[in-house]
Ligand binder design. Structure first.
Ligand code: NAG
Ligand code: NAG
Ligand code: NAG
Ligand code: NAG
Length: 661
């Protein structure tokens, strides 16, 4: 009896000892075996590096992580034939499978359902046939599915609804028939079923997609116009109609689109608008008689409610929030100086000596306006950022300025004045000038030039329904250059001078879409009590204290900004964050093997002959966002390289267009 447990334990230990060390290599071995199975079936003559003298993880298109194959990317590799069964399914750690642009035929094998880790599958432009592969519906982690340009037949299964994380679904150019099922995929951003034999009505949740997603089909509804027998939704009441409040123009041919973030903000603001108006009136009536602290508090309270939905930083997938809610912001116009009046009233009775705007630069000699003018101005919330809230103030003279009301500033007055003088000393054509400031114990206001076109963030991520025009490549690269030179200038003012908060909402645009860098140096003004609520996707990995930002950290943030220009994705974008990556890491994961069009903004792909330039700028952006600060170029180098990239390509195009020159 007593003898029984001993051999049993001994056996267990033996099994563990032999099984554990072998476990990992077993898996890589089985991965290698499966890949050989793939090669002998469809790539015998092309995948020559897949041989026993080369380690598996160095085979063409194979990426390993922790001793397993996690990516197989063989785009345009010359694969031919039918995918065998019992092969790909053995690659159980696979996250990305790209076999696009090959000559694969037949059905997609069933054992694909075993790839439970799969995030992305690219099978576009092959000759696959049969029904859309049902095994995919078991893969809950799928984010990107591209099956376009094959010979798939049958109907689109409602089982796509099981793929709750799906962000991209390309099914265009197949032979699919029937109606689109009622798909409700919350993360879906890119959807294309063009050029299939589909008919019927586009389901409600997909009607927000552009017309382009449904070309060459027999579909109707949404962006394609009314279905037979369907009546136009009434402007009010219908959940699918656009709200009037945002002033969002309904672009060409669509009764469509669920409420965008901006529109909702517009409605919310519209509701508090009336309240604000009343409070403001009350405030001014009281103020005429005597300074009344109670109504001041009321205005403060009302304003905070009104500002809540307006966030300067784009957040989330549609990026529709932002400065760009200019339509929504317009609805929030308060016919009284919300910020400034309240601010000054608070300090009103006290030290009248300091109730003055201090001007910088050429305006210092002859201030064009004073604090009283600002107080009488009408104010409108532009956005709320980490360092405070920005307002547009239109003075009685008609002149508009941007006023930033700083929060969390607890620096002693001499120190504040010294630091702000350094910021004001930066006067450069590519930097939005700080014109003046106001300092009192309770209020710190910064006065900047008002930039009517808003921020790059709003332009890139603003709601398309509100009439946003896509930024073309020429404009984007010009913005990159101007912003780089602006930051370069800031860096040139001293060895430790930095911007400290480079991001797309701090790149503002003139009427001609020329970029100006704004809000530099603000981190130097906040005190130790400052704690940013959000971790920004622009912050360099080595930066732990936002108040101590270096020039190299600026370069990192600028790299992220370049990636944003190229990909059209905000650093907080859902597709980027879904695997816990930041924008630089995401881009690298996509381009690791090939310079792929997938990373670029769809809006840019329509421009011809700029790929080379885009790839060069992408490389620069990746260099800037290197993890190690010493590997990053200086801002002067960055500006020079962008200039060079633009020159060479403009030269090319010039030669091409006009050979005589
Ligand atoms: C896949 O795995 C199964 C069972 O683990 C094995 O029998 C089969 O040979 C493997 N196929 C390939 C091609 O490695
Ligand atoms: C094995 O692959 C390497 C490249 O990784 C190649 O140089 C070599 O020629 C290949 N060997 C054979 C026998 O094909
Ligand atoms: C779609 O087309 C099929 C035949 O191609 C037809 O039977 C069906 O009624 C059509 N459905 C709609 C809604 O038009
Ligand atoms: C969908 O695919 C078609 C055909 O390739 C293309 O013309 C269209 O622009 C695509 N639409 C979108 C939204 O990607």
């Amino acid at each position: 009896m007593a003898a029984m447990p001993a051999p049993a334990v001994g056996l267990a230990v033996l099994v563990l000892l032999t099984a554990l060390p072998g476990h990992l290599s077993d898996d890589l071995n089985s991965d290698a075996q499966a890949l050989q199975g793939l090669r002998s079936a469809v790539g015998r003559s092309v995948l020559t590096s897949w041989n026993s003298t080369t380690p598996t993880c160095q085979w063409q298109g194979v990426t390993c992580e922790n001793g397993r194959v996690v990516e197989v990317r063989l785009p345009g590799a010359g694969l031919m034939g039918t995918l065998p069964s019992g092969v790909l399914g053995n690659l159980s750690a696979l996250r990305t499978l790209s076999l696009r642009y090959n000559a694969l035929t037949g059905p997609v094998p069933d054992d694909l359902s075993r790839l439970v880790e799969l995030r992305a599958i690219y099978l576009q432009h092959n000759g696959f046939s049969g029904e859309l592969p049902a095994p995919l519906f078991a893969l809950k982690n799928l984010v990107r599915v591209d099956l376009a340009g094959n010979k798939f037949t049958g109907e689109i299964s409602p089982d796509f609804n099981k793929l709750v994380r799906l962000g991209t679904l390309h099914l265009e150019n197949n032979d699919l028939t029937g109606e689109i099922p009622k798909l409700d995929l919350p993360a879906l951003e890119q959807f294309n079923v063009s050029y299939n034999k589909l008919n019927g009505s586009i389901p409600t949740k997909l009607r927000k997609m552009p017309k382009d997603s449904f070309l060459g089909t027999g579909l109707c509804g949404g962006p394609l116009g009314l279905c037979p027998g369907e009546t136009a939704p009434t402007p009010a009441g219908s959940p699918e109609s656009q709200p009037g409040a945002g002033g969002a123009a309904d672009v060409g041919g669509g009764k469509k689109k669920k409420l965008s973030g901006g529109a909702i903000a517009g409605i919310a603001i519209g509701c508090v608008f009336g309240v604000l108006l009343l409070l403001a009136l009350l405030f001014f009536l009281c103020r005429k008689k005597s300074p009344a602290p109670r109504s001041t508090a009321a205005v403060e309270k009302g304003r905070d409610v009104g500002m809540a939905p307006m966030e300067t930083e784009p957040k989330g997938q549609n990026g529709s929030a932002g400065h760009g809610g200019s339509a929504a912001a317009a609805a929030a116009a308060v016919p009284a100086a919300a910020a400034t009046a309240a601010a000054a009233a608070k300090t009103g009775g006290a030290s009248t000596g300091s109730k003055k705007l201090i001007f910088f630069g050429p305006m210092a000699a002859a201030p064009p306006f004073d604090l009283e003018d600002l107080l009488r101005a009408s104010a409108e919330v532009l956005g709320k950022g980490a360092f405070g809230t920005a307002y547009k103030a239109v003075m009685e003279s008609g002149a508009a300025v941007a006023v930033k009301r700083l929060k969390d500033v607890d620096l002693p007055e001499p120190e504040f004045r010294e630091r702000i003088a350094a910021i004001g000393a930066v006067q450069h054509e590519l930097v939005v000038p700080l014109r003046a400031y106001y300092f009192s114990k309770d209020e710190k206001l910064l006065v900047y030039d008002y930039m009517s076109m808003g921020s790059l963030s709003a332009l890139l991520h603003g709601n398309r329904a509100s009439g946003r025009t896509p930024l073309d490549w020429e404009t984007r690269s010009a913005i990159a250059l101007a912003a780089a030179r602006g930051v370069e200038h800031i860096h040139s003012t001293g060895p430790t001078a930095s911007h400290g908060n480079i991001k797309s909402s701090n790149v503002l645009l003139t009427k001609n879409y020329e970029a100006r860098v704004s809000d530099h140096g603000l981190p130097t003004l906040v005190g130790p009590s400052f704690s940013p609520t959000r971790v920004s996707g622009y912050r360099a990995p080595e930066v732990t204290d936002i108040r101590r930002v270096s020039q190299k950290a600026d370069v990192y943030s600028f790299g992220v900004l370049l990636l944003e220009l190229l990909t059209g994705k905000a650093p907080t974008h859902a597709v980027v964050n879904e695997e816990g990556l930041d924008l630089p890491r995401w881009v690298q994961s996509v381009v690791r093997e090939e310079w792929t069009a997938e990373v670029f903004d769809q809006e840019l792909l329509r421009y011809q002959n700029v790929e080379e330039e885009m790839v060069q700028l992408l490389q620069l952006a990746i260099d800037c966002s290197a993890t190690h600060p010493d590997r990053r170029p200086t801002m002067a180098e960055v500006a020079a390289r962008i200039d060079e990239i633009r020159r060479s390509s403009i030269g090319d195009r010039h030669e091409g267009d006009e050979p005589s020159l």
